[in-house]
Write a protein that binds this ligand. Sequence first.
Ligand SMILES: [Zn+2]
Length: 185
Amino acid sequence: MESLDEKHKKCFEVLYAIEEEKTKCICGGAKDLFDAAQRGCCYCCWKHFDQAGKTRDNYKIPNWGTYNGATALMVAAACGKASVVRMLLDKEGGMHETTFGMTAMMFAASNGHECVKILAPLEKGMQKNDGWTALMLAAMNGHLECVKILAPLEKGMKDNNGNTAKSIASSNNHKDCYSYLSQFE
Ligand SMILES: [Zn+2]
């Protein structure tokens, strides 16, 4: 187990890295917070941070559909921009968009981004309107690393039709995810 000192050291390193990244633009200039989140630029996020916590309707999340109540955190999570996810977590963690009830962690898990680790403390156990969890979405898409992170946190949960992450991995023929989940269900 990690000692408290080691944990503090890690927290400090993460915060220090974000402060470093805030000092210069890596994206050529973003027009607003959502744009900065998509580009993964901490400098531009900081510049537009007054927009944090404000949702958008009819917003197209990159490579996804159009959502009402979308947050910049969801955009960062969908794009796997971990530093921006860390920056926005306090302001926007734990929110559902209002079209299907997706969370930022669900977008990350569906796309196999390991920033689910950052989101899990705030968003574990959340379900979208049809009862699906981030773990189920990772299992459906065969993202074993995300399944490993989320399985201990969301094991045994069922969607509105009684499906579990394990049954979803099975019906989508992801054998590695299925066998990993078998130890939890
Ligand atoms: Zn930038």
